[in-house]
Design a protein around this ligand. Structure first.
Ligand code: ZN
Length: 349
C-alpha cells in the first residue's frame, strides 16, 4: 500500500477508534451502572422481604402509637378444628419478630398474613405438648422452599424448657434425608437450629425487646413456661399452658395484654364425663380461675387462647363465666386476631 493511502486510512480510522472508545467507555459505564442498579434492586428486594410485614414507621411493631403487635396464629388445642389451629402467637415489637409456640398449621397462618416461613428465625416454646410444637418441622423445612418473600439464611434459633434440644434435634434427625438433599441439591439454608434451653429469668434481649421466661403449673408437664415480652414500657404476657398459679400473677402483674389459656370440660353444675376430663381440667385454667388471675394481674385486656372445649356449646359460655368473677375487658381470641399495644390496647378491625 502506498504511503498516501496509509495516511488516508489512518485519518479515516481515527474517528472510528475514538467513537469506538466512547462506545466502549459508555458501555462500561452502563454496565457499572447496571451492576449498581441491580445491587440496589437486590437490596431493595431483600428490604422488601423484610418490609412485607413492616408498617409505615419502618418497624415490625404496630401502626400509629402502638409499640407491640400481637397476632394470634392459633387459638386451638389438641382438639381438631379448622377454625382454631394449634397454639402459636406472633409478637412483633420494633425490629423484632418473635414466634411463641408452633402448633398445628402455624406456617399456614403465617402465610395468611403474608409472612413466609423463612421470615421467622426466632421461636420460643412454652412446653413440649405436641399441640404447641407439632408445626416445628413444617416451619423449619418449608423455610428452605424458594419464596420471593424471603428464606431463612442463618440458624433457626429456638428457646424453650429442658427437653427442647431433644425435640429439635430428634425432628431434624427424623427429616435428615430431606434436609441433606435440600442442602446438596438446592443449596438450601436455614435448616440448622440453635437451641437454648432456658429457666426462669430474662432469656432474650435485643433491639430494646426483652423476653422473660417464668415457671407455670401444667401438672406433670414440667418444666412449663410462660413468657413476658417487654418493649418501650409496654408488655404482653403469654400464660402458656397452666392452671391457676401465683407465679403467673407475679410475672404478668400490670401487663397491657394477657394472652391466657382456658379449658372447659363441663358446665359449672355438670358432672365430669370421665376421669380424663377431670385430670385435663386440673392442669389447665377454668374461666373462673382465669377471672381470679385477671383480678390480680389487672391487664388492660385479657384475651383467651388455647380454647379447649369438649362440647361445642361450652365455648360461648367462657366469657360470661369469667365476667361473674372479673369485670375488666376480656375477649375470646380468634385465629388471626391482631391486637395492638401502645397507649391503648386495641383489637384491630
Ligand atoms: Zn399443654
Amino acid at each position: 500500500m502506498k504511503n498516501k493511502y496509509r495516511w488516508l486510512m489512518v485519518i479515516c480510522i481515527i474517528p472510528f477508534l475514538w467513537l469506538g472508545g466512547c462506545v466502549t467507555e459508555s458501555q462500561t459505564e452502563g454496565k457499572e451502572k447496571q451492576v449498581k442498579v441491580s445491587a440496589e434492586e437486590s437490596n431493595s428486594q431483600s428490604e422488601q422481604n423484610e418490609d412485607t410485614a413492616k408498617n409505615n414507621n419502618g418497624t415490625f411493631g404496630a401502626e400509629g402509637n402502638a409499640d407491640i403487635k400481637v397476632t394470634l396464629l392459633g387459638t386451638g388445642s389438641p382438639v381438631l378444628s379448622m377454625d382454631r389451629f394449634g397454639s402459636a402467637t406472633l409478637v412483633e415489637a420494633g425490629d423484632e419478630r418473635l414466634l411463641f409456640d408452633v402448633g398445628r398449621g402455624a406456617a399456614l397462618r403465617l402465610d395468611q398474613i403474608d409472612i413466609a416461613p423463612g421470615m421467622i428465625d426466632k421461636l420460643f416454646v412454652t412446653h413440649l405438648h405436641h399441640d404447641h410444637t407439632v408445626g416445628f418441622a413444617d416451619l423449619l423445612i418449608t423455610a428452605a422452599v424458594p419464596d420471593p418473600r424471603g428464606n431463612r439464611e442463618g440458624d433457626f434459633k429456638v428457646w424453650g424448657p429442658k427437653g427442647t434440644e431433644n425435640m429439635v434435634n430428634s425432628t431434624i434427625q427424623a427429616f435428615e434425608v430431606d434436609i441433606q438433599t435440600r442442602k446438596k441439591v438446592e443449596g438450601a439454608t436455614g435448616l440448622d437450629a440453635e437451641v437454648n434451653e432456658v429457666e426462669e429469668g430474662v432469656v432474650y434481649e435485643s433491639n430494646g425487646v426483652e423476653v422473660i421466661a417464668f415457671n407455670v403449673d401444667h401438672g406433670l408437664m414440667k418444666p412449663a413456661l410462660g413468657y413476658r415480652i417487654n418493649y418501650n414500657e409496654h408488655s404482653v404476657v403469654i400464660s402458656g399452658d397452666t392452671t391457676y398459679t401465683e407465679n403467673l400473677i407475679k410475672y404478668a402483674k400490670g401487663t397491657d395484654l394477657l394472652i391466657q389459656e382456658v379449658v372447659v370440660v363441663k358446665g359449672p353444675e355438670e358432672e365430669y364425663q370421665s376421669e380424663a376430663h377431670k385430670n385435663i381440667e386440673a392442669y389447665h385454667t377454668t374461666p373462673e380461675q382465669a377471672g381470679e388471675i385477671f383480678n390480680e394481674v389487672n391487664p388492660k385486656l385479657a384475651v383467651y387462647t388455647h380454647i379447649a372445649t369438649f362440647l361445642p356449646e361450652h365455648e360461648a359460655t367462657i366469657v360470661d363465666r369469667t365476667k361473674e368473677i372479673y369485670d375488666g375487658k376480656v375477649v375470646l381470641g380468634e385465629d388471626l386476631m391482631t391486637i395492638e399495644i401502645g397507649d391503648e390496647v386495641k383489637i384491630r378491625d
